[in-house]
Design a protein around this ligand. Structure first.
Ligand code: FEO
Length: 387
């Protein structure tokens, strides 16, 4: 299993959560999630973030074992979202003299979560240092990665970047899953909206000599750091990982639109295209969002519903819009038996996104897929692959 301890002096005290139903009450996490927290033991003791209140007891037990009777001098709060800040109150109550070290914005926001917290606070800014002895933390502001108060911390003796949500992934540590397996789904759904802010953080990180990245979710990253930094650079520039790959995503009421999607997939694959598919009524839409970012092209096929767009497709497109999906080539297929209207609504949503090359021509199916539809889907596939 991944060794989460950085060294004898930088210890992991985080906790896995494998019985949570939905992360952020919306994302399935079949492999669970970890809430990472670390302790730096030196002349001074710093605790790096806390954990979700779902794991406060386990975290405090681990923390006390590592502290071995010492008291923490500082709690460094890099991010106030409750999956990390949920146990601040419990620690503050136990150690009322412990100083809370955070960005000015976080210090300002802290009373929103802990109105009666008695501990002293220290607001730090870009480049401020917190000497601990041999170890020393330097703070780097990272607003909107993924809340406005976020900062990351660089420990110079062991060259560790404590990266807050950045470089995190879903999956409990005990599950020992490869980082990349859920990192895209995590990134695009949690941090993906904030590409420009991630780019700003990457530029600052480029000036640091980093030996390990210690995020707030998922494994500590130690080797081949260029791979992880490269992924974040590509993702935050909204570049597809495979510009010729096609996402075929459908929302079908009675199965006819699903049959059109299957036929289109077959046609595309017969022409050598790499295709990812999503049944938006049944799949994890967070996975479909990640696939939409992965592919350079997409075809959305939807039934008409109540004179508009079938809700699973509407929900998906709005989610893509909110995550600032952009710079892709898109074709539309609608189905409507008497007054097809799905494409009009899909077009309206897509036209609100940046740099979407949207096919003018829409193919409309009326009920079941017929031979004429095959010919139209073949034409659509040829035109899409020629782009
Ligand atoms: Fe893992 Fe934005 O909290």
């Amino acid at each position: 299993m991944t060794d989460m301890h950085l060294s004898d002096a930088i210890r992991y005290v985080g906790a896995d959560d494998t019985d949570i139903d939905l992360f952020e009450s919306q994302y399935p996490v079949p492999n669970g999630v970890s809430y990472n927290s670390y302790v730096i033991l030196d002349e001074k003791v710093a605790v790096m973030d806390t954990v979700d209140r779902r794991r406060t007891g386990e975290w405090l037990e681990k923390l006390e074992a590592v502290l071995a009777g010492r008291k923490p001098d500082y709690l460094v709060i890099q991010h106030l979202e409750p999956d990390h800040a949920g146990s601040i109150g419990a620690l503050a109550e136990r150690y009322p003299d412990m100083e809370l070290v955070a960005s000015a914005k976080a210090v300002q926001m802290l009373p929103k979560f802990y109105p009666a917290c008695p501990n002293p606070t220290r607001a730090v800014k870009e480049g401020d240092a917190l000497p601990l002895g041999k170890h020393s933390l330097t703070f780097v502001m990272a607003p909107m990665v993924h809340w406005p108060e976020v900062m990351v911390s660089y420990e110079s003796a062991e060259k560790v970047l404590f990266s807050a949500d950045g470089f995190g992934t879903f999956g409990a540590i005990a599950k020992d899953r490869p980082w990349i397996e859920e990192a895209g789904r995590y990134y695009f759904n949690i941090v993906g909206k904030y590409g420009a802010q991630v780019q700003a953080l990457l530029k600052k990180a480029a000036g640091l000599d980093i030996a390990a990245i210690a995020p707030l979710h998922g494994p500590v990253l130690r080797e081949d750091l260029g791979f992880y930094l490269g992924k974040y650079d590509q993702w935050s520039r909204y570049e597809p990982e495979e510009k010729d790959a096609v996402l075929v995503a459908h929302a079908s009421i009675h199965g006819n639109t699903a049959r059109a999607a299957a036929l289109l997939t077959e046609i595309l694959e017969s022409r050598g295209a790499k295709v990812k598919t999503a049944d938006l009524c049944r799949c994890d839409q967070a996975e479909a969002v990640a696939d939409a970012f992965h592919c350079g092209k997409a075809v959305f096929l939807s039934s008409t519903y109540d004179g508009g767009l079938f809700p699973p497709m509407e929900h998906f497109l709005l989610h893509l819009r909110d995550k600032t999906w952009r710079s892709r080539t898109v074709a539309l297929v609608e189905n409507g038996s008497w007054a097809p209207a799905a494409a009009c609504r899909m077009r309206t949503i897509l036209e609100g996104m940046r740099d979407i090359a949207l096919f003018d021509e829409v193919h409309t199916i009326q009920g079941a897929v017929k031979e004429a539809d095959r010919a139209a889907l073949e034409k659509l596939a040829d035109e899409l692959l020629a782009k």
